[in-house]
Ligand binder design. Structure first.
Ligand code: LLP
Length: 381
């Protein structure tokens, strides 16, 4: 299927906007490329559901032999319903209900975030990992950097050593949208040295592979060349947790321009803003945007949403051919942390989601309705 302007114009006509679209073939390509990186190691890949938990996407991962990295009850339930073989439970501050939900769903692997948490799992027959904070800063934005000493995640290597007899392995995840191999080399060398000294049979190396939004991306070939030799010093089983790398490039967000406002600056106003894609507002993220339909001369504009916040921005000072009202905007690389971070802020229902597979489009989540959002509210009058 050719993902050209005509295709996107038709799909917007059929399903409406704002709309998320995912290309199944691209997900398959990414899964294969990740698998190739780890060939020769005893590694298994877990998809971080927080990046995109649409059950039809999860089914695709399941069919490709990918397991689930989950945090809360809905992710646990989604992984279970989609038949994903194994689950690892992640996150700090897991509640009693999350722990119970995981155990009752047959979950077996848990990454613990603190020494305090270990006691809470004492009686459970699970494989226990403890997350190490290696004091290494990495990631595309301070809010998605997790391996620094002042970050809330993990414990120091010295602390881990004290409780080694209660564990099966260590976990390290230093951040997201990491585009060079250096921080991985540093973090994995540190954690593998400790794992080998303590005689562990498991290791969870987290995820964080960066994709090409604008310039840099993590090169899987470079990762294989530079990082895999370090990993091969560990002789046990390896858990890999990838989110963004596997789905980001497969996703497109389609919006319609509702207004073009010229008030000093040019504001291109769309029918979805930080409520459908929060990454630009939250991490200053840059996403490629192209116009489908009527447009004018090249100029500079802010692409903004319809919410009552100045921060409701999709692109700032972007040079583009200024779209006219009614045109469509295609926002690329939105398959990860797009829909999964969408909200109902300012009273907008969440977008629909569509999957492209074998030359066909399939609705994989209906557009939310106003009525949906009143579910669970007792009668008012
Ligand atoms: N493992 C753990 C323990 C994680 O916390 C995460 C992501 C992953 C694996 C997967 O990381 P990935 O391969 O996707 O980088 N909302 C942000 C990203 C937050 C990442 C949270 N943790 C964004 O839109 O950039």
């Amino acid at each position: 299927m050719k993902l050209d302007e005509k295709f996107f114009a038709e799909i917007a006509e059929n399903y409406g906007t704002p709309l998320y679209i995912y290309d199944a073939d691209e997900i398959r390509t990414k899964v294969n490329s990740a698998k190739q990186v780890f060939t020769g190691l005893d590694a298994r890949i877990f998809f971080a559901l927080k990046a995109n938990s649409n059950p039809h996407i999860l089914k695709l991962f399941k069919d490709l032999g990918i397991n689930a990295d989950v945090v809360g009850p809905v992710e646990i339930e989604s992984a279970k319903r989609c038949g994903m073989a194994e689950m690892i439970l992640n996150g700090n501050g897991k509640t009693t209900s999350t722990r119970d939900y995981f155990l009752n769903s047959g979950g077996k692997l848990v990454s613990m975030d603190s020494l305090e948490e270990i006691g809470l799992w004492q009686k459970s027959r699970i494989t226990k990992f403890l997350r190490i904070n290696p004091d290494i800063y990495a990631g595309g934005h301070p809010n998605i950097s997790t391996g620094g000493r002042n970050h809330k995640f993990g414990v120091t290597p010295q602390e881990a050593e004290k409780v080694a007899d209660k564990l099966s392995g260590l976990h390290v995840h230093i951040g997201s949208q990491i585009t060079t191999t250096d921080p991985y080399e540093a973090a994995y060398s540190k954690v593998i040295q400790l794992s080998n000294r303590l005689g562990f049979s498991w290791l969870d190396i987290g995820g964080g592979w960066g994709i090409k939004y604008q310039e840099d991306e993590l090169d899987p070939i470079e990762f294989r060349r530079r990082v895999v030799p370090i990993l091969s010093n560990f002789k046990g089983k390896i858990v890999v947790e990838l989110g963004r790398f596997l789905v980001a490039t497969a996703g497109f967000l389609l919006l319609r321009v509702s207004e073009v406002k010229r008030a000093g600056k040019v504001f291109v106003v769309t029918d979805g803003g930080m409520n459908v894609l929060i990454r630009p507002a939250m991490y200053d993220a840059w996403h490629r945007i192209s116009t489908i339909g009527p447009k004018g001369k090249l100029g500079r504009c802010d692409v903004v949403g319809p919410l009552c916040e100045t921060g409701d921005v999709l692109a700032k000072d972007r040079e583009m051919e200024i779209p006219e009202p009614g045109a469509l905007l295609l926002i690329e690389n939105t398959g990860a942390y797009g829909f999964s971070m969408a909200s109902n802020y300012n009273g907008f229902p969440k977008p629909a989601e569509v999957m492209l597979e074998n030359g066909k489009t399939k609705l994989i989540r209906q557009r939310e309705t106003v009525e949906d959002l009143f579910r669970g509210i007792p009668p008012i009058l």
